[in-house]
Design a protein around this ligand. Structure first.
Ligand SMILES: Cc1ncc(COP(=O)(O)O)c(C=O)c1O
Length: 481
């Protein structure tokens, strides 16, 4: 045993200012090189478990290695083996293309290691979160009572909303929640986490454009009430993941008002389209929702873990989450000083609002409005191009920035299964040749290719060349090449 000494030994993990600067510069260079090279790289790279085990598996080293080597290894062997979700031709799932100031904001927030759970812990950052959330509330048309918080993403935001909805309804035993058959599974999962039995998470049929059917909703509620169940929330989509469908939000708000049920809007993917004329038109009635979940890491060009929840009366959120343990008594500064840990699940939280604030301060709202509108315009252009193509067909017209389609040349006469297999092979070629990253879906069980165009650097050339490649790969496939 080492005998006690008077002097505490210096931390082995503290670096000199000079070393910190050297490493920060190297990290910046590696990221910037990656960003600059991105358009010439494939939009996706993956590896099997076996390959990556062989590359990365090791015991944690007992003694440190040169930090430059560690950084280089992360940049060359780990980080590139991933979807390049910010690639201009990444059209799969829901892309995310962070602006550089928002990336720096993550770095700044981590560098200051902000604890954003209480006003005492982070007054300046909390004030900024209030302000940025107020901006969002304004864009959505919420009254002064509106407020909310940043979350890890849309799943967490909807979970927080359902807790508020359940408490507002008096936490009934036999609770039901309604959502369209197109709603994201994050919502059904969140509903079951808050205690709604899976069979009481009701899927309302959608119409021929995948929008929730209001008449079906009304009859399901009437039937359930008659059976002694208690509806606690109805969810509307402001951009369903599959097709970009926007539910009739105003009509859902009417049902919620007449039935006295919480109205939640899942706008995780589509919400920031509120900055465009088309979005405002489609989202009529969104301001009547009790709560709205949005992901700034999707259509507001932020790095991941920038979700948020806005609640029309933020007191209802606080009523559901606020706790007052004695060990946090010093943090109670009164109602004007919100503790964001009292508005949701997380007490230890990072400072997410800085990302949005820094990128909007740097580029201005005009740039954001035009970047959001660009996604909608490019999807509309893709839709028109597909309609005049001789080999492609629309599976669902462009809605917001999503367009669904398939390769189906005339006279091909394939069964549904054969057509699905053909389109799957095309999709594989699109990815394997590095042309683009594109995902697929099934619409009422029928296989469909799907483009989600969300990147602020994507051009019409990126979209058109991808569609042309799909046509070409399709023709190659049927001619056996
Ligand atoms: C419409 C919709 N809702 C919810 C989610 C889940 O959000 P998150 O992945 O941020 O938790 C997504 C994710 O793509 C989505 O598109």
């Amino acid at each position: 045993m080492t005998p006690p000494t008077e002097d505490t030994p210096e931390s082995e993990m503290k670096l000199s200012a000079e070393r910190m600067m050297e490493l920060a510069q190297l990290a910046s260079r590696l990221i910037i090189e990656r960003c600059e090279g991105l358009p010439g790289e494939p939009a996706w790279r993956g590896g099997t478990r076996a390959e990556l085990e062989a590359l990365l598996r090791e015991e944690p080293p007992e003694h440190g290695r040169p930090a430059e080597q560690v950084l280089e290894r992360a940049a060359r062997e780990i980080l590139p083996v991933a979807g390049r979700v910010d690639h201009p031709r990444f059209f799969a799932f829901v892309p995310s293309s962070a602006t550089w100031p928002s990336v720096l904001a993550d770095y700044m927030a981590a560098g200051h290691n902000i604890f954003q759970g209480t006003w005492l812990g982070a007054s300046g950052p909390s004030q900024l979160e209030v302000i940025v959330i107020d901006w969002f509330c304004d864009w959505l048309g919420y009254p002064e009572t509106g407020g909310g918080l940043f979350t890890s993403g849309g799943s967490a935001a909807s979970l927080d909303a359902f807790v508020a909805a359940r408490e507002a309804a008096g936490a009934p035993d036999r609770a039901t929640v309604y959502m369209s058959d197109q709603s994201h599974t994050a919502l059904s999962r969140a509903a079951t986490i808050v205690g709604v039995r899976p069979e009481r998470v009701k899927k309302v049929p959608s119409d021929d454009r995948y929008r929730l059917d209001i008449d079906a909703l009304r009859s399901m509620i009437a039937e359930d009430r008659a059976a002694g169940l208690t509806p606690i929330a109805i969810c509307g989509n402001a951009g369903a993941t599959n097709t970009g469908a926007v539910d009739p939000l105003d009509a859902i708000a009417d049902v919620c008002e007449s039935e006295d049920i919480w109205f939640h809007v899942d706008a995780a993917y589509g919400g920031f389209a509120i900055l465009s004329d088309e979005g405002r038109r489609l989202f009529t009635g969104i301001n009547r929702a009790d709560s709205i979940a949005m992901d700034a890491h999707k259509w507001l060009f932020q790095p991941f873990e920038t979700g948020c929840l806005m609640v029309k009366n933020v007191r209802r959120l606080e009523a559901a989450f606020s706790v007052r343990p004695e060990y946090l008594q010093d943090t109670e500064w009164g109602g004007e000083h919100p503790n964001f840990g009292d508005r949701g699940l997380q007490l230890s939280r990072s400072f997410r609002a800085l990302k949005v604030w820094m990128s909007i301060q740097t580029f201005g709202m005009k740039a954001f409005r035009s970047a959001v509108t660009r996604g909608i315009d490019l999807a509309a252009q893709a839709d028109e191009w597909i309609r005049v193509s001789e080999t492609l067909e629309i599976a669902n017209p462009a809605s917001l920035s999503v367009v669904c389609f398939r390769f189906n040349p005339p006279g091909c006469d394939l069964s549904a299964e054969e057509l699905a297999a053909l389109n799957e092979r095309i999709q594989t070629r699109v990815i394997e040749t590095g042309t683009a990253m594109m995902s697929s879906t099934r619409l009422r069980g029928v296989y469909s290719l799907r483009l989600c165009i969300l990147n602020h650097t994507t051009t019409w050339d990126d979209v058109r060349s991808t569609l042309e490649a799909i046509e070409q790969f399709g023709m190659d496939e049927i001619s056996g090449e």
